[in-house]
Write a protein of this length. Structure first.
Length: 284
């Protein structure tokens, strides 16, 4: 399926921040000069929070980032969840909608994790079918994000960039390149983060995510945890600069979900990303 984006705005090629509840009032009052905000879809499907978001939409483009649709579930998508997401998208008219290359539902039970998939032809067929279903229902192209990984399936028959590239080719979806996730996965699994970037199809990249991570030491090994609870690490900033060289100035998000800092800290991180974006825009 090739999706239809007629009438859909595009995200500006600037640096946005993830909108979290403790910062809503400050953003509404201060109206900081950030071009766009990203929200987790599941936080706005019920309750009064949507009213505040609709008011913020007057000053900022909105990106909707789903965390619960479970594109990798071996079985049908949750029809009720898909309908709730579709109604939210129709109400918000966001500039972008994204989901994860992962699964989080088994036997009707929702798990509080974005779990990895074996990178096989069978899994690719399942995910492609779900992406087609999602794009058909939303009547727009969606972005699919690469996960952070802590293990490698022995049954995998292709690399993650190959899987994502083929998913984009089959469905016409775009890709959300999470640079922090690439760094985390490369460290944990012994991969080459730069080679991962180079293997992605540049014309499919529609958004970039940056976030912090934690380092846990166990049995003499250091495992990086994608916890979104700190500033972006220097190694991730360097990888981001390489991503911009490869993909050009792509809309970039600063994610921060745990140990939330003051809004000014998020704005500082976004300003650093914005400066890099502008440098690469001039170079291009």
């Amino acid at each position: 399926m090739r999706s239809c984006d007629v009438g859909v705005r595009r995200l500006p090629a600037g640096a946005g921040i993830g909108l979290r509840a403790p910062h809503v009032a400050a953003i509404a009052a201060r109206r900081p000069a950030i071009p766009w905000l990203e929200v987790h879809a599941e936080n706005y499907m019920h309750g009064p929070a949507l009213r505040d978001l609709l008011r913020l939409r007057a000053d900022h483009d909105i990106s909707v980032h789903g965390v619960g649709l479970s594109l990798g579930t071996d079985g049908p998508l949750d029809a009720r969840h898909l309908e709730r997401l579709a109604r939210l998208v129709e109400r918000l008219e966001p500039a972008a909608v994204s989901e994860h290359l992962s699964w989080s539902v088994a036997g009707g039970a929702y798990l509080n994790h974005l779990l990895p998939l074996p990178l096989t032809e069978e899994a690719l067929t399942v995910v492609a079918g779900h992406v087609d279903q999602l794009q058909t229902r939303l009547r727009r192209r969606v972005l699919v994000e690469n996960p952070s990984s802590y293990l490698r399936f022995t049954s995998s028959t292709m690399s993650e960039p190959e899987f994502l590239a083929e998913l984009a080719r089959r469905t016409g979806c775009a890709l959300l390149c999470d640079v922090n996730n690439i760094h985390v996965s490369a460290h944990n699994l012994g991969g080459d983060a730069a080679a991962y970037l180079d293997a992605l199809p540049a014309d499919a990249i529609g958004e970039i995510h940056l976030a912090g991570h934690a380092a846990n030491d166990a049995d003499g090994l250091t495992v990086l945890i994608d916890d979104h609870g700190s500033r972006v690490a220097d190694a991730v900033w360097r990888l981001y600069a390489r991503a911009l060289e490869r993909f050009g100035p792509v809309p970039t998000l600063i994610e921060w979900d745990t140990n939330l800092p003051a809004l000014d800290v998020l704005l500082e991180e976004a300003a650093r990303a914005q400066a890099l974006l502008e440098c690469h825009a001039v170079a291009a």
